[in-house]
Ligand binder design. Sequence first.
Ligand code: GBH
Length: 532
Amino acid sequence: MFPNEAARKSSGNKATRQRCGLKGILADAVPPLRPESENLLSHPVSRRTFGRLLTAGAAATTLPALAASAQPDQNAVPAAGSGKFPEGFLWGSATASYQVEGAVKEDGRGQSIWDTFSHTPGKTHNGDTGDVADDDYHRYREDIAIMKELGLKTCRFSIAWPRIFPEGTGKPNPKGLDHYQRFVDELHNAGIEPFCTLYHWDLPQALEDKGGWQNRATSEAFAAYCGYTAGKLSDRISHFMTTNEIETFTDLGYKNGTHAPGLQLDPKAFAQVCHNAVLGHGLAVQAIRAQAKAGTQVGLAENISSTVPAIATDEHIRAGRTAIQEENARYMNVIQTGKYTDAYLKKLGPNAPQFTDADLKAISSPLDFVGINVYTPTYVMAAPGSDLGYQVVPFPTSYPHMFSDWLHIGPEALYWGPKLAHEVWGIKTIYITENGASSDDKLTPDAQGNMQVLDTDRTMYLRNYLTQLHRGVSEGVPVKGYFLWSLLDNYEWADGYEKRFGITYVDFQTQKRIPKLSSRFYKATIAANAVS
Ligand code: GBH
């Protein structure tokens, strides 16, 4: 049923890898299908009733289990409909260095491409920069106390490369490392397990000056930084992620130019950037394994296109399986299979990247876990007669979204994304490394005059996505934890401070933190280990 379970163990084995291909998958029986309730989208639903409908739809649907081979210990999988997550499910929050830390010139930190970009006029909303952000570099004890109050079991944070190597390579800066050691020790004191991302987009400017991700030397420098840092910190951190969202930082940074470093490369140069980025990830996996404590768990966090069959019938589910490979061909698919798909290479033609077999082997270095960031669905349908047999369905302009225009609401992405990733790539340990939403949050006084934020829309979003996550977990999809984006309102990249993603409100003038309604919802969810 899941031909690729074995592939993880022997990523160098070509014969096994073939089974990852389309043929092997299409030959598989399709799991039994859910009833017609999937088809909510065919009804015109107002944004107001949307959440209610989805909750009802998901809760009413009990699904037949996945094939027996995919089932972990039955006792560990609570029944669908109970809302209960398995014992030991890891509830967490996620943040990233440049978005929360501030203190950009402190303790020997070097300059990153985001310092340069955000200080370039016209690049970010309102000219906002991460110079101060949440001032978490100084206030991390307070922020960890917020995590503890929420009952978090784990926390995903990122390390700023230029704090460790101010010039990207060469001499490390011990003060940078000291900060993260103190931070992680504080997490342990609070009983919170750290998950560390090594690259959430703050590339040292010194490396960008030499071509950044256009230059293969950056991939090697990245591996050296990751190996060094994991070597120093694996005494207190057992889970490392190499990169966050290769797709986003390459697309927006080197093709659209809307994120740092703000380039709009031609297709050939861009394809090489994508290759160098996945290569950087693979070399980093090897460097971490070489330098970190034995048993250190290594993975990455990627916002794969989570393909959602527009209607859950056999033909569209099959389309979803094909699409998840092709739509992620440059990133997760090559990382999982060690191969660029024929369709990807054909489409690029003369613009295809230059690479060697050794590169592909490094890129597909086996991982201990895979992190998936899930925000929006990629709807797909079968398209008989087309080259690949599927089509991606664009969003109608009336499709509901959160405060960010791109954040189309599709709770089923948190069901189908991990489920298809597990089936197609044989991934055995998945974490949802980001999920969350922007709202137009307003401070209002409660009956006693205390300020509060009643973000019912974010709460609706979270409840519905978590209900779909529960649906998958109760069928045996191996998701072991969930990291909510984000603990705090923070610097939302080119959107500056305008788009708030926190479950904790931050007054950026005073740095006061105020828990929102969604934070109370999350706290109750964690306490019950159940979504309702
Ligand atoms: C994540 O990206 C990031 O990891 C995190 O740092 C960020 O704060 C969070 O989401 C919220 O945005 O502007 O129309 O070009 C999520 C995936 C992919 C979403 C690129 C925004 C750009 C859409 N992102 N996308 S557009």
